[in-house]
Design a protein around this ligand. Structure first.
Ligand code: NAP
Length: 252
């Protein structure tokens, strides 16, 4: 018996990076996984990888900035698998670094639409489905930038602080209904984006690694492990937290 046998999980931003690793990890541990993303081709490749390894998954195209598509994501999940137990609201975007006074309003709106309203929209439709079950566990992806200052990334930092606010409020509102809501706060994680930057400037990669007391950046699988812990019964008394998974970054 695997820890998520018979559990149904939605993961957004699951075509790449942290979301992809977490989708694969949940499937390896027995969950039926709904891979949701704007990138259909890569999302279907994730589903193939899961099913070829003997797991269960399906792809649902979903742009978290589109209310109708988020509603359809939950509907498609209920239609295919009958219920919703777990949601990892992970889709998010970063911005090019710039000082606050140089920021553009259009960038502010775009970041908030994906990172904040996207998470809010997902929970808005996931929570009623979980209430029908009488239980559920939600994890939202924030960031260490949601726990403190992120120089030259003020808008991104504000968006991730807001994710933590949504998380805590939802945890308090739905705690007695059996729904736990937590956030995970990664520091710098080894995704394609970071690899491209590291290839073009190895000194920058070394500097970024040194920002973490453990002396390296994180692996996507290390975030997946934290998310699975927060979604499992092993964390049954844990709700409303923003868990840093950061190699000691926020301890400094
Ligand atoms: P990633 O590798 O860029 O993957 C994100 C996935 O989300 C991509 O497949 C992307 O599609 C998709 N996506 C983008 N906009 C979307 C939308 N509106 N609706 C649905 N899907 C969308 O990113 P990641 O590094 O794994 O980051 C995942 C989350 O972790 C984000 O919330 C990010 O802010 C957070 N985070 C990351 C790090 C890090 O160091 N990587 C650190 C702290 C927090 P496209 O590729 O087609 O755009």
């Amino acid at each position: 018996m695997q820890i998520f046998t018979d559990k149904v999980a939605i993961i957004t931003g699951a075509s790449a990076g942290i979301g992809k690793a977490t989708a694969i990890a949940f499937a390896q541990n027995g969950a039926k996984v709904v891979v949701a993303d704007i990138n259909q081709q890569d999302g279907e490749a994730v589903v193939n990888e899961i099913t070829q390894a003997g797991g269960t998954a399906m792809f649902v195209p979903c742009d978290v900035t589109n209310d109708q598509q988020v509603m359809s994501l939950v509907d498609a999940t209920l239609e295919a698998y009958g219920k919703l137990d777990i949601a990892f609201n992970n889709a998010g975007i970063e911005i090019e670094q710039s000082k606050l006074a140089d920021g553009e309003e259009s960038v502010f709106d775009k970041i908030m639409d994906v990172n904040v309203k996207g998470v809010w929209r997902c929970m808005k439709y996931q929570i009623p489905a979980m209430l029908k079950n009488g239980s559920g566990s939600i994890v939202n992806t924030a960031s260490v930038a949601g726990l403190g200052a992120a120089p030259k990334m003020a808008i991104y930092s504000a968006s991730k602080h807001a994710v933590i606010g949504l998380t805590k409020s939802a945890a308090v509102e739905y705690g007695k209904k059996g729904i736990r809501v937590n956030a995970v706060c990664p520091a710098v994680i080894d995704t394609e984006m970071f690899r491209r930057a590291a290839e073009s400037d190895p000194r920058k990669a070394e500097f970024v690694a040194g920002m973490h007391p453990v002396g390296r950046i994180g692996k996507v699988e290390e975030i997946a492990e934290a998310v699975m812990y927060l979604c499992s019964s092993n964390s049954g008394f844990t709700t409303g937290i923003a868990l840093p998974v950061d190699g000691g970054h926020t301890a400094v």
